[in-house]
Design a protein around this ligand. Sequence first.
Ligand code: AMP
Length: 537
Amino acid sequence: MVNYDDMKPFIQRIADGKSSGILSTEPITELLTSSGTSGGQPKLMPSTAEELDRKTFFYNMLVPIMSKFVNGLDEGKGMYLLFIKPEIKTPSGLKARPVLTSYYKSQQFKNRPFNKYNVITSPNDTILCEDSKQSMYCQLLCGLVQQSHVLRLGASFASAFLRAVKFLESHYNELCADIRTGTITSWITESACRDSVLSILNGPNPELADEIESLCGAKSWEGILRKIWPKTKYIEVIVTGSMAQYIPTLEFYSGGLPLVSIMYGASDCFFGININPMCKPSEVSYTLLPNMGYFEFLPVDDKSLDKSHSTVDDNALKGEDLIVDLVNVEIGRYYELVITTFAGLYRYKVEDNLKVTGFHNKAPQFSFVERRNVVLSIDTDKTSEEDLMKAVTQAKLNHLQKSLLLTEYTSYADTSSISGHYVLFWELKPRHDNEPPKLDKKTMEDCCSEVEDCLDYVYRRCRNKDKSIGPLEIRVVSLGTFDSLMDFSIAQGSSVNQYKTPRCVTSGGALEILDSRVTRRFFSKRVPQWEPFGSDS
Ligand code: AMP
C-alpha cells in the first residue's frame, strides 16, 4: 500500500513532462488538485480522458435514484450553484485544476443529456466564470428570477451553499434592483455572463423584485429558502463528515427542508452514491460503485488491532495481510479505504475511515466516519493535529511575550456565523507567578496571524482568495481551565492515566467549560499570504 508521498515523485515526473507510462497505459491528460496537501502544496492526482466518462456515468446515476424518491422533478429546475477555480499549467503543459472545475469545463458536462431533470437555473457561462463573485451574483440572480420553477436547491458541499446564502443576505437589494429593472449591475463585466443573464431576466419584473425584497427584509431569516423558492422539495449538499457541522444552520435557513447528501467522491476517484437520499443526515450511507475503481479496505478498529499485534510465528500482521476486498467487509466494522484507479494509483490509501452499515443486495454500504488526522475543517481545508501543533509552536516562539508560558491549548471550528473560523483556546501563565497574565493586544494579534501563516496552502487559499474562512481567533482562558476540562472528561469515563488534552473540541460540555472561562479574545488582523502554487514569483 502507498500514500501520497510514495506516489509524489512519479506524479512530479509527469508534471515535469516525462512519460506518464510509468503510472498508466492510458495517457495522463490532466492533474487534479486535491484539497489534501503534501509539503505545503496541494496533492496532484493523475487523471485520463476516460475518467470524465466515468464521472458522467456517476452523475447520470443520480437522476433515476432521485426520481425514485421524489416525483415530478422533471417538471421544474434545480438552482445548483456550481463554481470553477482558475487552473494552472504544469511545466509539462498539463493542466492542474480541481476535479469539479475539470468536470464543469468538459464536453460531457456541456452536452449532458437534457432529460428535463438536468435543467438548472445557472447558464453555463455563469458557472464557467473564473471570478467567483461575478459567478455567484449571476447564478443567484438567475435562480431568483426563475424562482417559481425551482424544485430543488444545491451546491457541492454545505459550506459552499451557505456562502451563497450569506452572499444573498448582503446583496439582495442590488439583486432585486436588477430584477425590478431587467438590467444587470455594472460590476458584472464578463460579457458572456451579462448576455446569458440578460436573456434570462427578459425585461423588468417589479412584482417579483418587491416580493423577494420584502421576504429578505424580514427580521429573521428562519425558513427564508422555503419562502423565496416555495416549490423546493429538498436541498442537495454534502452534509456528512466535517460538513455535518452545518446541518443546524441549513435547517434554520431552509425551514426544515430535507438535506440530500447524495455522493461521496474525491479528486483521486469517485466512490459511491447514497441510494436512500431522503434519509436523515445522520443515517447517510454510500454504496460504492465497483466500476469507479478497485476498492480495498484496511481494517482500523480494535478487532483488527488485536490481530495485527497477535504473533503468528512471531511476526505481527502487516497492513497488506489484513486488507480485504469489497465483498469481504463485515458489517459494523471500520476500515480505511484503499483504491486502485484506472489513472494509475495503485493500492493508494485515501485517508478516509468508513464504517460498514449494511448491504444493498450484496453491495456493502458505508457511512463516512472521519478523514484521518483532521482536527479542524471549515471549508475544503483539512488541518491535522500535527499541522496545528507546528503552527502554534511557531507562533509561540516568534511572538508570545517571553514572560508567558502557553501551558495548554485546544481548538474549535466555529461555524456559528458564515464564514466560520478557527478558534484556539490558550491557557497562558506568567512564568514567575500565578496571577492572570497581562496581555499585549498587538502581540496576541500577531500570534493569531503567525498561526495562520503557518497553516497549509488550502487553509490560506480559503482565507485569502475564497474568503470562505474568517480571521483566526485566540480565546485566552483563565488559569486552571484545562484542569477542569480533564475533570470533566474523567467524570465522563476517561481514564486518568490515559487522559490526553483533546487538540480539538466539537461541542457540548467541553466547549461550554472552555467558553465560560474565556478572559480575552483576539483576532488575526491580516490575511495570510497565498499564491497559486506553481507560480514563478
Ligand atoms: P479532495 O481530495 O479535495 O477531492 O477531497 C476529497 C475528500 O473530501 C474525501 O476523501 C473525503 O475526505 C471528503 N469528502 C468527499 N465527499 C464526502 C462526503 N460525501 N462525505 C464526507 N466527506 C466527503
